[in-house]
Design a binder for this molecule. Structure first.
Ligand code: PGA
Length: 250
C-alpha cells in the first residue's frame, strides 16, 4: 500500500506570519490518513519545523544543491535542509529547470544528495504545452525520468510528481484521462527500471492547479497517490479540503 501524500509548495511566497496556517491545518486534520508536507521558502523551514512539532505535518525544502558543501554562494545543501528540520525536498521543479537552467543531470545529482542526507526527494517531471501539442508528452516524461532518477532509488526516498507545465499556476487542470495516461506510463517505467516491488511502491503525485473544487476528481484517477499543490497550499482554507479529499479517496 502506498501512503498518500498531500504536498504543498509555497514557492517564493509567505512570511513568518503565514506559518499560522500550519496550526490551523493541524487543528483541522489532527490525524490524517495521508502524509501532509509543506515546503515553505528556505528561510522559514526552521521556524516551520518548530511550529509543526508534535503534529502530523512535515516540512520540506523546495530545492537543494547537489554538493555537500563548498564555494556555492547562495546555495543550500540537503544536509542543511535536514538540520533545519526538513524531511523532504522538491527537486527538478519546472520553474527551476527553466529559471535556473537545471538539466536532468543536475536534478539527478540533487536527488542523490537528498537521499544521502536522509531526505525524501520529490522529483518533478512534466511537458510543456508545445511538447504536448507536438505529441511528445510521453517521450519527454521518459527522457526526464531516465535522466533525473537517482541511483539506488527507494520507495521511501523518492516520490515522482507529474506536473504538466501548462497546468502550473494557470488554472488549467489536466483532464483525468491525460493524468491517467501519464501516471500509468510512469508506473510502467518505474517497474521496468526498478523492479516490481520498488516500482509499485513509489508514490506518484499530480501537480498543476489542484484546488478544493477539482481535488476529488483528480484523486479518483488510478495511480494518483496525492498532489503537489502550489497556490492552494498557502492557506488552510484551501489546503485542508484538499487533504480531506485525499483521505476520502479510495
Ligand atoms: P499550482 O502549482 O498548484 O499553483 O498550479 C503547482 C506546482 O508548481 O507545484
Amino acid at each position: 500500500m502506498r501512503r498518500k501524500l498531500a504536498a504543498g509548495n509555497w514557492k517564493m511566497n509567505g512570511s513568518g506570519a503565514d506559518l499560522a496556517m500550519l496550526g490551523e491545518l493541524a487543528r483541522r486534520h489532527p490525524a490524517p490518513d495521508c502524509q501532509v508536507l509543506i515546503c515553505p521558502p528556505a528561510t522559514l523551514i526552521d521556524r516551520a519545523a518548530r511550529a509543526v512539532d508534535g503534529s502530523a505535518i512535515a516540512i520540506g525544502g523546495q530545492d537543494c544543491h547537489f554538493g555537500a558543501n563548498g564555494a556555492h554562494t547562495g546555495d543550500i545543501s540537503a544536509a542543511m535542509l535536514a538540520e533545519a528540520g526538513a524531511t523532504a525536498v522538491i527537486v527538478g521543479h519546472s520553474e527551476r529547470r527553466q529559471d535556473h537552467h537545471e538539466n536532468n543531470d543536475m536534478v539527478r545529482a540533487k536527488a542523490e544528495a537528498a537521499l544521502a542526507a536522509g531526505l525524501t526527494a520529490i522529483l518533478c517531471v512534466g511537458e510543456s504545452q508545445a511538447q504536448r501539442e507536438a505529441g511528445r508528452t510521453l517521450d519527454v516524461i521518459a527522457e526526464q525520468l531516465a535522466g533525473s532518477m537517482p541511483q539506488d532509488a527507494t520507495a521511501h526516498g523518492v516520490v515522482i510528481a507529474y506536473e504538466p507545465i501548462w497546468a502550473i499556476g494557470t488554472g488549467l487542470v489536466a483532464e483525468p484521462a491525460q493524468i491517467s495516461q501519464v501516471h500509468e506510463f510512469l508506473r510502467a517505467q518505474l517497474r521496468q527500471r526498478l523492479g516490481e516491488q520498488t516500482g509499485q511502491a513509489i508514490r506518484l503525485l499530480y501537480g498543476g492547479s489542484v484546488k478544493p473544487a477539482n481535488a476529488a476528481e483528480i484523486f479518483a484517477v488510478a495511480d494518483v497517490d496525492g498532489a503537489l499543490v502550489g497556490g492552494a497550499s498557502l492557506s488552510a482554507a484551501d489546503f485542508a479540503p484538499i487533504i480531506a479529499a485525499l483521505d476520502a479517496s479510495a
